[in-house]
Structure formats: structure tokens, C-alpha cells
Design a protein around this ligand. Sequence first.
Ligand SMILES: Nc1nc2c(ncn2[C@@H]2O[C@H](COP(=O)(O)OP(=O)(O)OP(=O)(O)O)[C@@H](O)[C@H]2O)c(=O)[nH]1
Ligand SMILES: [Mg+2]
Length: 223
Amino acid sequence: MLNNRFQKLAFVTTANDPRGFPQDSFAEIAFAGRSNAGKSSAINTLANQVRLARTSKTPGRTQHINFFTAGQNQYLVDLPGYGFAGVPIEVRKHWENFLAGYLQSRGPLCGMALLMDIRHPLTDKDQLMLDWFLPSGRPVLLLLTKSDKLSRNQRLSAARDVRAKIAPRAASLQVIPFSSHSREGMDATVEVLDGWLTRATAAAIALEAQFSGFAENDGAAPP
Ligand SMILES: Nc1nc2c(ncn2[C@@H]2O[C@H](COP(=O)(O)OP(=O)(O)OP(=O)(O)O)[C@@H](O)[C@H]2O)c(=O)[nH]1
Ligand SMILES: [Mg+2]
């Protein structure tokens, strides 16, 4: 059994603009995707909890950015979903601008899990998320959600199609069929996300140690 740090996930804070973000974050992973793609359900499944992140049959449920701790100075971030027609245009614009800024410039963001219904992957808006995030050079995990809705053959073929479509854009992108109901893809997802957080946190700690070395040296270059 994999050591699953996400079993200890706990809600920390909710924000609707960057001033409300945790200041102490060393590493965080964004859960992005269309409204109703299953982001909040996936976070609950990783945590093995039923109501940690709020889920709903009504698209557009998550209207804030919710931060969950995944270890010291480490977070999973449940983002508001996009692409839901029932949301007023000003609200949609607000969140689109927000997502663009967050994905392009949030320092501690060490990777993005992009969740897409396995039956409707890679919409224009999903592509936009990739356009914003891939230039950072940080890794992306494409989770093809609700895989329980398809047969095994259909699942394999859907994953193959997505891999073929995104291959020209980023060789390092990973694709995992995922289901919060059957728990397909759980262990593989835990392993990927855990690896990102562990590496990014180690890098942030090393950087901080270097800076505190600078300060002790009175600003002089390190030996
Ligand atoms: N069959 C099936 N249904 C799922 C799965 N994951 C989520 N759902 C259902 O899909 C609906 C939306 O799930 P949420 O987790 O709230 O989706 P979300 O991406 O957080 O949606 P927003 O907060 O609106 O952006 C709910 O009715 C869930 O029960 C899954 O793996 N399989
Ligand atoms: Mg949600």
C-alpha cells in the first residue's frame, strides 16, 4: 500500500483573490478543469473523505479557491470550474482572468492536475489552461475523470487518443484515467502528485537555506 499523504488532507482557507492565499506555501498543486469535471470529488477521493471539498450536481458549485494542506507548507488547490454557461459573463471573466494570472505567475505552484471528463476531453478551455501553464515548464497530469462511465476498451482508447493529441505539445505530460467512484487511477495519481510536492518542497527549502546563508554573510556572496 502506497504511503498516501493525502489521507491527512485538511481544509485551510478559502479565497477569491490572491490576497487571501496562504503566505507560507512552498509547494502547491492546482486542480483545474471544467465545471462538473469532478475536481472536488477527486480531492475527496484522494483524502478518503466524503465532504472535505464540496461537490454538487449543479455545475459551478466551487466559486472560490479552496486550499487544503497536504503536509507542512504544501497545498492542494481546488479551483473554480470554467465553461459553465449558466454563470454570468462578468463572473466568468473574473475567474478567467484570475486563472490566467494564477497559472502563469503563482510561485509555489509546482504542477497542475487538469481534470477532464473522459467522455469530453480537451475542450478549447482546457487547451487554454495548457497554453497558460505549459510555458512555466512545470509538469501537468491530465486526469480523465468519471472513467467508470466507460468500458475498459473505451477507457483505453480515450486515453490513447488524448495522449496522441497532446504529444506534440509536451512529451512530459502524463495521462491517467481516473474515477472517484471505482477509484481507478488513484495510486498512480497519488504517486505523481506526491513526487511533485516532495521535490518542489526540497527545492524551496534548499533555496531558503541559501538565502539565509546570504543574510548571515551580511549580503556577501557565499564562499
Ligand atoms: N460517475 C461518476 N461521477 C462523478 C465522478 N466524479 C464526480 N462525479 C459527479 O460529477 C458531479 C460533479 O462533481 P464535482 O466534484 O462537484 O465537480 P467539480 O469539478 O468540483 O465542479 P465545480 O465545482 O462546479 O467546478 C457530481 O455529481 C459528482 O458526483 C466519477 O468519478 N464518476
Ligand atoms: Mg468543485
